[in-house]
Ligand binder design. Structure first.
Ligand code: GLU
Length: 435
């Protein structure tokens, strides 16, 4: 999902946590894949149990004095799935309907993502249940600072390092860095990544996730024997990830024939002027009222006739209901968890290659890692250095997953899980169990 949009509409921020009965549950989707990979690897029971559960789940109350003088209490979460490969790493999202189960799934995904990307981090995720579109900047700052203060013993450059995710951005990260620094009485840039450049952010971080999607797509096209300039691409979601993936793929010669945001889909078989669409959204917030293409629904967009589909919006978009109608030959998951596990088999039978989220969108956390390294070095790299290192790491990660999938004669998704779980499990066994 986009890291820099704040276009989520939804209920107010003080209702009790929503209970989802029979609704898609990202934790179940993650566990379904984890279980399959664990079985293939013949994972020892104790190791399976260790990796199945997060090592820490923190829930905090965040009381805030609203602009109208009222006191409101929000709920904040931080789930640390593990810190086997290193300090835990993962974004913080603000959303009105976020649940602990969702944060748990996202935290485990970060573990597998960092392992796939060959980054020395464990996995974590945080969230605050609030609706940013209904909050003023002052209220958002208060929520962020109180959340950070409550998590002071959890966060740390050597222990747990947050980053942006849905509805949080550079400004949010700047508040986190400042609050943490105030409490520790020294400037701690490396406690959080995705910061503004001027306070220790990294060049290339804003574009990184979209850049990783572009590199993954190009690698996959090579394997399929397709030339970028011969393929048509549909991108779902036009936040940070979707818009930059579309822009970079267009620059590589692909024809972008469909884009979408919360207002619906826009289809133009002649090709969409992505740069103009990005400018349009900068001015109008959404694609509504634009003439970049014929207006279609988000559901129709996913089923368009195209070569590559990039779901870069949110979780659970491809289900058993619509997987059979997808016509793309390649799906590259820009969002976290856009495909429900129930759809995996259908896509496999249709011969659609899926580059899974934990590989396809790992560019973001890769440049987060570079940001953390630069903060600790106190020395900053130029953009060519960042892009070169990023592209190389993404290509290496792609090859590792591709080779694993071939070795076990399975999909790229299971290949990624097998590669990641094997690496984390072996590290766990080497480190041993303390106690
Ligand atoms: N939120 C992003 C993700 O899901 C980035 C996490 C990070 O940079 O730590 O990958």
């Amino acid at each position: 999902m986009s890291e820099r949009t704040s276009d989520i509409a939804g209920p107010s921020y003080v209702e009790p946590a929503p209970v989802h009965h029979n609704e898609p549950n990202p934790f179940e989707s993650m566990m379904a894949r984890f279980d399959k990979a664990a079985e293939i690897l013949n994972l020892e029971k104790g190791v399976y149990e260790y990796l199945q559960k997060p090592v820490k789940q923190v829930i905090v109350s965040i009381p805030i004095q609203m602009d109208n003088g009222e006191i409101k209490v929000f709920e904040g979460y931080r789930v640390i799935h593990d810190n086997i490969l290193g300090p835990s790493k993962g974004g913080i999202r603000y959303a009105p309907d976020v649940t602990l189960d969702e944060v748990k799934a996202l935290a485990s995904w970060m573990t597998w993502k960092c392992a796939v990307a060959n980054i020395p981090f464990g996995g974590a995720k945080g969230a605050v249940r609030c609706d940013p579109s209904k909050l003023s900047k002052v209220e958002l700052e208060k929520i962020t600072r109180r959340y950070t203060a409550n998590m002071f013993n959890v966060f740390g450059p050597e222990s747990d390092i947050p980053a942006p995710d849905m509805n949080t951005n550079e400004q949010t990260m700047a508040w986190i860095m400042d609050t943490y620094s105030m409490h520790s009485q020294r400037t701690e840039t490396a406690v959080v990544t995705g910061k503004p450049l001027i306070i220790g952010g990294s060049l290339g971080r804003v574009e990184a996730t979209g850049r990783g999607v572009m590199i993954s797509t190009l690698e996959a096209l090579k394997k399929l024997g397709l030339n970028p300039s011969d393929v048509t691409v549909v991108v779902q979601g036009f936040g940070n990830v979707g818009s930059i993936s579309a822009k970079l793929l267009k620059a590589e010669g692909c024809k972008i024939i469909g884009i979408s945001d919360v207002t619906g889909g826009y289809y133009n078989p002649k090709g969409i002027e992505v740069e103009s669409a990005i400018d349009y959204v900068k001015q109008n917030r959404t694609l509504e009222g634009s003439n970049f293409g014929e207006k279609i629904t988000n559901e129709e967009l996913l089923e368009l006739n195209c070569d590559v589909l990039v779901p870069a919006a949110k979780e659970d978009q491809i289900s058993a209901d619509n997987a059979g109608n997808i016509k793309a030959r390649l799906i590259v998951e820009g969002a976290n968890g856009p495909t429900m596990s129930e759809a995996d088999e259908i896509l496999k039978e249709k011969g659609i290659m899926v580059i899974p989220d934990i590989l396809a969108n790992a560019g973001g956390v890769t440049v987060s890692y570079f940001e953390w390294v630069q903060n600790r070095l106190g020395y900053y790299w130029d953009i060519d250095d960042i892009n070169k290192r990023h592209d190389r790491m993404m290509r290496e990660a792609f090859e590792c997953v591709y080779d694993t999938a071939n070795k076990y004669k399975t999909t790229m998704r299971l290949g990624a899980y097998i590669f990641a779980i094997d690496k984390v499990a072996r590290t766990l066994v080497l480190r041993g169990i303390y106690g």
